[in-house]
Ligand binder design. Structure first.
Ligand SMILES: [Ca+2]
Ligand SMILES: [Ca+2]
Ligand SMILES: [Zn+2]
Length: 227
């Protein structure tokens, strides 16, 4: 989930409220101040359903959904996934269809599991609804759906920095993709902004910084599929 900073004023109350909201949708696992990986019990995609997190599970296929798919938007989304693929052991890749779906859509979307939103909540730039099945000692992620709130906010799909007044689509999608392996949102000084891609509170210019992963993002994602 990614929240919008409202100008330069970020009151303690607003911050607290945002954290509370985040805990609700972030799988009820508190955000660590220093690391974005929360897994206890282990939570991972498990393509062969053998209860073991391994390299073959790290390849998660996604497809596009909804409308508004310009070439630029497609390219920026592809680049966002490639950033995780190229830098971590989490390897999302684009295919036409798959049981493991990352559905990216700017329009009002279908219900979102435990949070029965018809669209991203107001004030939320994007949300990733991750569904998992409890399998004894671990949770198997079965579905991840990224919703972009293109109803309330305007996104840039430009190659470079976004124009004034726009959020950087590629940066936003890069952030949301981290939630697909249940990395949690980070807040507070040292985390954002600038900070890890998993910073959960950004303004429009800062959203561009989410494109590149920090050491924390990388180690958090890698810890999913490495012992
Ligand atoms: Ca496995
Ligand atoms: Ca990789
Ligand atoms: Zn988030």
């Amino acid at each position: 989930m990614l929240h919008h900073t409202r100008g330069r004023s970020r009151s303690g109350w607003a911050r607290a409220a945002l954290v509370a909201t985040t805990l609700t949708i972030s799988f009820a696992i508190p955000a660590s101040a220093t690391h974005s990986v929360p897994h206890d019990p282990e939570v991972f995609w498990d393509n062969d359903v053998d209860g073991i997190a391994e390299a073959s599970d790290s390849i998660v296929r996604y497809q596009k959904g909804g409308g508004g798919w310009t070439t630029a938007k497609t390219n920026r989304v592809t680049e966002a996934f490639a950033t995780w693929n190229n830098n971590t052991d989490f390897n999302p890749s684009l295919v036409a269809s798959s049981v493991n779906v990352i559905y990216i859509d700017g329009s009002p979307a279908v219900a979102c599991g435990w949070q029965d939103w018809s669209e991203p909540p107001p004030g939320t730039i994007a949300v990733n609804c991750v569904k998992y099945t409890i399998r004894g000692s671990y949770y198997q992620i079965t579905n991840s759906k990224i919703y972009l709130n293109e109803v309330q906010y305007s996104f840039s799909w430009a190659t470079g920095t976004p124009a004034s007044g726009l959020f950087d689509g590629r940066g936003i999608v890069t952030h949301e993709t981290g939630h697909s392996v249940l990395l949690v949102d980070l807040y507070g000084a040292g985390n954002c902004p600038p900070g890890p891609t998993m910073c959960g509170l950004v303004g429009k210019p800062e959203s561009y910084n989410l494109r590149s992963l920090t050491a924390d993002d990388i180690s958090a994602a890698n810890s999913v599929y490495l012992p």
